[in-house]
Design a binder for this molecule. Structure first.
Ligand code: SF4
Length: 378
């Protein structure tokens, strides 16, 4: 298949579904790691087409959702300064900090700009040498390489007024944390294909063997998801637990060597807090000592900001697959895309946003009479 539409072919989807139905003999719980996969599943109703015995649990793979509240507060503090141009992808502007969001900072006079690439921020830094330009570098193994390359470029070109507010996280330690949690119900993973296209698959066999859990590298179109489920269920029924690449059109076992070299040069592995989940050892990156001058946290002395997460938002449980979004009391009532209490309702990859946008009948009873809104994501 060559074109995206072919990966949504209803006849092929029916055949895969028939195979899954014929294979399953008992209940299984599979976690799709990536929020993009969650949106495909909910948007196309894939979870409703699967056999009742196959439950899809939504994972923590939404970059906006897992960015900790205290990092948002650091961004708000830096963006409020008159000498700063704060650059970010649009999704981050409505993510609530402890008191406000980046939109509010902008309405109060802060120079907050939406960019589509970290290189746009570097260009703005070159055009505005008298001001400090900060790029909000969040996300998984997919966004870390271009951000690393931008810092590398800034150093190479001698651009002193550029820095990165770093909150990068890594998937394999999150899988480890999920599997070692006492409340874990996950029996197989659909691993995020784009992450593996960068990192390769070398980190997964040890995880699969130690936790006796199948890991199927999976893409993002409906047929990708169904094929991932089919392969995972086949392994589960046979009692196998290997790493399987169902996204070979994009993923090579060794990943992307150029991207890996850039990560190795600019970042070093560190413990990271995940919003709603807490600190996971070795689960993130920070700038290495050679690039510490480009670290916005140090440049603007915001390392001491620490924030408590609000109790009413249950996004930590959503991100670990412990509850479904509509099981949160606030879902669709006090928490909507326009009045979000948590990032999972804001992000275009957030599970709460997916349920809100595509699952009207699953709204909590009190919310069914309230009008639904379109996503405000910029
Ligand atoms: S519905 Fe809102 S309050 Fe509830 S978990 Fe999702 S983002 Fe948090």
């Amino acid at each position: 298949m060559k074109y995206i539409e072919e990966f949504q072919d209803p006849e092929l989807a029916r055949r895969l579904l028939d195979d899954i139905h014929a294979t399953v003999t008992r209940p299984w719980a599979l976690m799709e790691v990536c929020g993009g996969q969650t949106h495909t599943i909910i948007r196309h109703g894939i979870d409703q087409l699967l056999p009742d015995q196959v439950e899809l649990i939504h994972g923590p793979g939404c970059p906006v959702c897992v960015t900790p509240l205290e990092v948002i507060d650091k961004a708000l503090e830096i963006a409020s300064r008159p000498d700063v141009i704060f650059c970010s992808f649009g999704d981050m502007l409505r993510v609530p900090g402890s008191g406000r969001d980046l939109f509010q900072v902008r309405s109060e006079g802060g120079d907050v700009r939406v960019v589509y690439s970290p290189l746009d921020a570097l260009r703005i830094a070159r055009q505005n040498p008298a001001r400090e330009v900060v790029f909000f570098g969040i996300g998984f193994e997919t966004t870390a390489p271009p951000n690393a390359m931008t810092v590398h470029q800034a150093k190479k070109l001698g651009i002193p007024n550029f820095s990165l507010l770093v909150s990068h996280v890594r998937v394999p330690p999150a899988i480890e944390a999920i599997m070692t949690s006492p409340s874990c119900r996950v029996q197989a993973f659909l691993a995020a294909g784009h992450v593996c296209s960068v990192m390769g698959m070398a980190e997964y066999p040890e995880l699969a063997a130690r936790h006796r859990v199948p890991i199927v590298v999976t893409g993002f179109e409906p047929l990708d998801i169904l094929e991932g489920v089919r392969r995972a269920v086949r392994q589960l029924e046979r009692g196998e637990h290997t790493v399987d690449n169902a996204y070979a059109r994009a993923v090579r076992p060794e990943g992307n060597p150029a991207a890996l070299a850039m990560l190795e040069d600019v970042f070093e592995v560190t413990d990271r807090a995940w919003r709603g989940i807490g600190v996971i050892p070795d689960s993130g990156w920070r700038l290495s000592a050679r690039y510490r001058d480009y670290d916005a946290e140090h440049r603007f002395s915001v390392t001491d900001i620490a924030t408590q997460e609000p109790a009413e938002c249950r996004s930590g449980e959503v991100l670990q697959g412990l509850i479904k979004p509509h099981e949160c009391e606030a879902f669709g009532t006090t928490c909507t895309p326009r009045t979000p209490l948590g990032a999972t309702m804001v992000s275009s990859e957030g599970a709460c946003a997916a349920y809100y946008l595509y699952r009207r009948l699953d709204l909590a009873p009190a919310a069914r009479t309230a009008p639904l809104e379109a996503s405000p994501v910029v």
